[in-house]
Design a protein around this ligand. Sequence first.
Ligand code: ADP
Ligand code: MG
Length: 677
Amino acid sequence: MNNISVQDVKGVGPKLAETLKKIGIHTVEDLLYYFPNRYDHYEQKPLHELIHNEKVTIVGEVIHDPTVQFYQRKKSRMIVSLRVDGAVVKGVLFNRAFAKKHFIPGEEVSVNGKWDQHRLQITIDNYKMGTIDGSSPITPIYSSKGDIKNAQFQKITENALSSFRDQVTEIIPTSYLVNYKLPNRTDALENIHFPSSFQQLKHAKRRFIYEELLLFQIKMQLYRKRNREATEGNAKEISMKKVKQLMEQFPFTLTSAQKKSLAEIFKDLQSPYRMNRLLQGDVGSGKTAVAVISLYGVVTTGEQVALMVPTEILAEQHEESLKQLLPVDVKVQRLTGSIKGKKRKETLTEIENGSCDVVIGTHALIQDDVNFHNLGYVIIDEQHRFGVQQRNTLREKGILADILFMTATPIPRTLSITAFGDMDVSKIDEMPKGRKPVETYWVKHNMFERTVNFVYKEIKKGSQAYIICPLIEESDKLDIQNALDLYHQLQEILKGKATVGLMHGRLTTEEKEQVMNDFAENKVQILVSTTVVEVGVNVPNATVMMIQDADRFGLSQLHQLRGRVGRSDKQSYCILVADPKGETGKERMRIMTETTDGFVLAERDLELRGPGDIFGVKQSGLPEFKLADLVHDYRALETARDDAVDIVENELWKASEFQALIKYLLSKIEIDQQLLN
Ligand code: ADP
Ligand code: MG
């Protein structure tokens, strides 16, 4: 049916076929997979059985002519009084003044819409003259974007189903259908368009949700397989003896989660397959240590390593920690925008002739005139800041090195198996020993003095503090506290008691470095800053994170900011200063005070804002599904994912049972046939 033109359907002439094409319907299959976007259903119930705020159907007698009020320019509101079960019910109909003539006093009418139990009022979506007996059929409503009448849509879909019913072939293996109690494809198509009960409709939907998720997940698994294709000479001969020696000299012992992730990474590095791995670990979980040890392993083979970070501050910080942690004979260089002229030239030469082992830089590292001598391993820190695009850039540049992506964005499981389904994932799900959860408080602006006193008390104990402001310049409109003002204010208040530093995006790189160094060395005790410190910054001696106008930040950003403290065994504090006006703002503050678990936060964020906003759909590369909902259908998603792994990894698809599925998939996506050999 995917090679039968929609024009072969009874009732579809050339003109209608043109219109259908515009909404992406070319074949009979396209038509049958154009599902209704809602269903109308009239089922009458006595008034006392109706549920507040639900969709209901009411049959009543029109008492008198409806009244219509017009407002704004084109809007109208019609009110009709109905006598129902001896009571008077008010029906409200918006912007359909023309319907007035249909409501004739003394006549019976059936209306359908949202019920307000307290006002005995119904907001009418649909109406029908006359009564209905008990219940009417469930009517599919198609969104045809205005060009095709619903009745016509129904008709041609019905025709397509009756003429081509025998040509609908099953694509999901029977064993799966039986296992999950899913209807076959023909029945499901029939029931999603013309369900005789809501039970049947639900079954049909379940099948298509599974079908679309399974197809998607198989595709991701195939991509994953492609990404891992064997590259000659890529099996690295790492000196594990040297790696062990390095680990013994580390200032701390690794957590078992760090060790496990390292083992997974080393296994990939030593295999001939190209690594394409995501290292996920909450802020402060110690991803840098994992990166350093694994990159040292690659250095022992004589190959080069590139470490990419999103900001210059982070590049500099990583350079410092690498120099501290790695043996002195490992040559580390930094290549960022601030490195210019002669120094830049020298560095480029060293990268090119191979005398430099590790290069740290921003994304310019893979884009500019940088030629590596023998690049064997790329690590991308805070990968969410780079976006999916960079993930592909590396591949397009023909860089066949092993790649490790590191991220602290706690991605809910369902999103991560969707957005990162084509990658292997390692998780650091444990904090270094002795860490205390950051105590979080939400205070109002009028408690400013008390908060500053609290900060000062911490400083007297030898600790340091960050104070974050959302913007650097006063904006009347947003009424956001001004970082500069605050900086001057604090300097005044704490004169002779503490040194205050100022950091924001408009400083030059040198100035930023200077401020960051002063803070790292405790020459500055309080750092007033915009969100430039958000990602990755590591100053373990800081124990207070105070965030001004905290309600202006999203949950994941607040979590990132809070992650700047709690990096030692000292008790740390996060103070959210906010007078949120809206309910979501308040809810966000509450959630922050209730949990420090990034994954819990991400789940809550997902509930509050939906998957679209969590880190920007475009960035995360989340696909759009027809029926499946990533929040509600997470179980189907996990099942589909497990099945897809099974089908691809264990080569189940070779069995005859799977031929229809694979053939169908190949007709839908572009993928090298070779993957299936
Ligand atoms: P993130 O995962 O957020 O990048 P970092 O790698 O910056 O975290 O580590 C946070 C802090 O924890 C650093 O000061 C680091 O030295 C320290 N750290 C990392 N691993 C351990 C460990 N196993 N034991 C104790 N401290 C550790
Ligand atoms: Mg980090």
